[in-house]
Design a protein around this ligand. Structure first.
Ligand code: SF4
Length: 847
């Protein structure tokens, strides 16, 4: 409160004799106007209720004048439905109309790209046209065209000039809902028009005041004087800190009984962050600025359906769409697991891959994919706009989203903004492809917003733009985003109009916007408690300065430095301990080389990934990488050797052809597109030639291929050792020669065979082969000039025996309840999927 103890807005409305209420009553009394025949125009809608309350609080007897905005007054004075070429202030219809106007103006080819710009221009000019009497709009259009064209002499601006012309003609020939207020009939019903002037003059209000002549009266709502309230500034490090502090400021005001709190929206993302923090504390702000429909979950659902129906949709996009439906949750889960397992990025390639499968267990997946394709087909073809809407409605009904969207508040608004809940024939537009229709949907949802209802109770926190503080009574005001980007002293005027064009057309000038901004700022500061927040740096780390409006206050010494509103809490130290679980109750039946490798490198990793079987989902849209190349190469060599075994040949050309066939078969099996294969294609010739050369030498040593990718199992007490080997050859002596391909650097492979007992893989594979004596080697299939090389583990039999003994011992101890600690050492932790579970980063910090 001010020094007088009264809120400045209350003084403005209710000061005896000088307050707005008293002056309205006095004027009406002096002119002998019955209150019921008077209209009081307020500058924005929320003030209608405020004004009525103030009138009632002031105890004015008898009738109450009508407190209206021009829009509200027009609505009650006569129903209006835009027809024909009228500007409808409905993005869905206006975009279509703009396209049609562009076609008529000879810009049909560019109509889809330019329609948004024409609507934007029309919306800027519409308030000027609507403030003219309908019969005078022709003359206005001529004046406006002259004024606008003065800025577009250059031939480079021909298109812009044409768009402005279209927008002027459109706005001048449109009828407006407020036209009714310009009629004699309405004037005859209202004996006095009182205009409460806000920060900026509205052209229509000015016109109405002129029409009412001496029966109109202006009263200022902006107080130019009055003691400032208590303003404090908070400096935040970054956007997150700013949101934290702003939310804490709001909560502190509420706790200290200064409700309702006005939270000024200077930046949409920042406001949402603060609102989310308040909601987490059980305080739901009422947002008068409205939610952009494009940011709602309902809009995201709809856009995901459109993205998924594109011909070249990725598997991720289709999954994203399908996941929204509960009805198919099980089928979608199965589909996702399969997509991730196969690493299929492209949806159509995956469908073709599944369709080719002859495995009986793929039958259900095949029919699900067919059903999904049936639905996607609904939106694939280009068609006129009026046919798109029923098709989209049909898709939403077919996949079970329609009812959920209709029942949801934001969803119903989305359907209505797109005219999906209505007669689609109302909207008739040209032919659109899916991409063009999606752009139309996006523009419509971006332009529309909705204000969630308050739920009947007076909100304790209200989110509103700065200028809507005018005439409102708030216990306190919090203004985040007081930096030079979000709160400039001189806001950028909307549109690309030059200063001269603005002046000629009657659009608000930069100066008038600055005056309004400063007046709104001064009004905010007159509130009893006002807290301002700014950040030193943006999210990118770029430095930010305080708003010039804040700097001016600082120079005047009119700002106190606010105390951090966040309450410090003592949190007892609770260091994170290394986990030490027991896996005794989770025995494994089979053990592969990689499972045992996990156990040896980190027992906790083994516990989490193997015994608990936790998995992280693989990225579907990840780029094709070196590991994919390795898998592909394994498949190529497998195909090649099987074919060569079936038709043995030492002819290099025949081998070359077999290799080419094998490469094609593997590419097909992996569902790789030509573009995806490109990185492999560059490396492949060198790899192939190096391998064929190595093979010739390998065979010259008497080695013979026996089988590729055989699945092997060996019983070991209660355990079963399992695994798929890359390949088994036979030595000239008839011994098994186990081969494992590697596509890493030769140095890494060499390192593997240095310590026979350290390396699990070859020893484990040797254990999978029934033979007592066996040889084993890594074959490094390299891209470099060194080509393919063999790295044989010469002590593999000893290594195998040691591994088997260790394996029995390890699993016996696990069964007896031995702890499985997180060892957390070396490279193994770098890409470990269990890192979030073992909390390594936390116990390392607390160590
Ligand atoms: S991150 Fe390291 S310590 Fe943690 S489970 Fe993985 S390997 Fe073990």
């Amino acid at each position: 409160m001010t020094s007088s103890g009264i809120h400045p807005s209350l003084t403005l409305w209710r000061a005896p004799g000088t307050g707005v209420v008293a002056r309205i009553a006095e004027v009406l009394g002096a002119r002998g106007v019955h209150a019921a025949r008077a209209v009081v125009l307020v500058p924005y809608a929320q003030l209608m209720n405020v004004a009525r309350e103030m009138w009632a609080l002031d105890g004015q007897a008898g009738f109450v004048p009508r407190f209206e905005t021009t829009r509200n007054w027009a609505r009650s004075a006569g129903g209006f439905l835009p027809t024909g070429y009228d500007l409808a202030f409905d993005m869905a219809r206006d975009l279509v109309m703009a396209q049609s106007l562009l076609s008529q103006a000879g810009l049909g080819a560019e109509r889809l790209a330019l329609a948004g710009r024409v609507v934007e221009l029309a919306l800027q000019l519409a308030p000027l046209a609507a403030a003219e009497l309908p019969k005078e709009r022709d003359a206005w259009a001529r004046r406006a065209t002259r004024a606008a064209e003065a800025g577009y002499e250059s031939q480079w601006l021909d298109t812009e000039r044409a768009l402005v012309r279209i927008a002027i003609v459109w706005t001048a020939t449109s009828s407006y809902a407020t036209d009714v207020l310009l009629t004699e009939a309405v004037r005859s019903q209202v004996d006095a028009l009182v205009v409460l002037d806000g920060f900026q003059a509205d052209p229509l209000t000015r016109k109405l005041a002129a029409l009412w002549g001496e029966h109109a009266l202006h009263l200022p709502l902006v107080a130019t004087q009055g003691p400032p309230g208590t303003a404090a500034i908070h400096e935040a490090a970054d956007p997150e800190d700013e949101a934290d502090q702003a939310a804490a400021c709001v909560l502190r005001h509420l706790a200290e009984g200064r409700a309702p709190v006005a939270l000024v929206a200077t930046d949409r993302a920042l406001t949402r962050r603060i609102s989310a923090q308040l909601a987490a504390q059980g305080v739901a702000p009422h947002d008068e600025t409205g939610w952009k429909l494009s940011t709602t979950r309902a809009a995201a659902t709809l856009m995901s359906a459109l993205r998924a129906c594109a011909h070249d949709a990725s598997s991720d996009q289709v999954l994203d769409w399908l996941k929204g439906s509960d009805a198919e949750a099980v089928a979608v889960q199965f589909l996702e697991a399969r997509l991730r397992r196969d690493g299929q990025r492209d949806w159509l390639t995956f469908c073709a891959h599944v369709a080719r499968s002859e495995r009986p267990q793929d039958a259900a997946l095949q029919s699900f994919c067919e059903a999904v394709e049936g639905r996607r087909a609904l939106l694939m073809k280009a068609r006129p706009l009026e046919e798109w809407l029923p098709a989209l409605r049909k898709l939403l009904q077919a996949d079970g989203r329609w009812d959920a969207l209709s029942a949801d508040l934001a969803g119903a608004n989305v359907l209505s903004a797109l005219w999906l809940d209505d007669d689609a024939a109302e909207i008739a537009g040209g032919r659109h492809t899916l991409a063009e229709f999606s752009a139309w949907v996006r523009d419509v949802l971006e332009a529309a917003s909705f204000v969630p209802p308050t739920g009947g109770q007076a909100p304790r926190v209200v989110v509103l733009p700065l200028h809507q503080l005018l005439g409102r009574v708030f216990g306190s005001v919090v203004i985040p985003g007081c930096d030079d980007r979000r709160l400039p002293a001189s806001p950028e005027p909307p549109g690309n109009w030059s200063t001269a064009q603005r002046a000629e057309l009657g659009l608000p000038s930069r100066l008038s916007l600055e005056t309004a901004q400063r007046a709104a700022w001064a009004t905010a500061l007159r509130n009893p408690f006002c807290e301002l927040l700014w950040r030193r740096a943006d999210a990118t780390g770029e430095p930010v300065r305080p708003s010039p409006l804040v700097q001016a206050l600082q120079l005047d010494g009119a700002l106190a430095v606010g105390t951090d509103p966040r309450v410090a809490r003592e949190v007892p130290l609770r260091p994170t301990q290394r986990p030490l679980p027991s896996g005794a109750l989770l025995p494994l039946q089979s053990v592969s080389a990689t499972v045992y490798e996990d156990l040896r490198r980190c027992p906790y990793r083994f516990f989490a990934l193997r015994q608990l079987a936790l998995r992280s989902a693989d990225e579907l849209d990840a780029e094709v990488d070196k590991r994919d190349f390795g898998n592909w190469l394994h498949a190529v060599l497998g195909h090649f050797h099987e074919a060569l075994q079936a038709a043995p040949s030492g002819d290099p050309e025949a081998r070359f052809d077999l290799m080419a066939d094998a490469a094609r078969a593997a590419t097909r099996a992996f569902g790789l597109s030509q573009a995806e294969f490109l990185p492999f294609a560059a490396a492949w010739p060198a790899v192939r030639d190096g391998y064929l050369a190595w093979l010739a030498g390998h065979e010259a040593d008497g080695m013979a291929f026996e089988e590729a990718e055989p699945w092997k199992e060996q019983a070991l007490g209660a355990l079963r050792l399992v695994g798929r080997l890359d390949r088994i050859d036979r030595t000239p002596e008839g011994q098994a020669f186990v081969i494992d391909y590697k596509t890493e650097s030769a140095a890494t492979t060499r390192e593997r065979i240095k310590e026979p007992t350290e390396d699990t893989q070859l020893a484990f594979y040797a254990a999978l082969v029934a033979d007592d004596t066996v040889r084993a080697a890594y074959v490094n299939v390299g891209e470099k000039s060194s080509g393919t090389q063999t790295f044989e583990q010469t002590e593999v039999v000893d290594a195998r025996d040691a591994l088997v003994a260790g394996l029995i011992d390890d699993f016996t101890r696990i069964a007896e309840g031995a702890a499985l600690p997180a060892l957390g050492e070396g490279m193994v932790c770098e890409h470990c999927a269990a890192r979030g579970l073992c909390r390594k980063d936390f116990w390392e910090m607390s160590a």
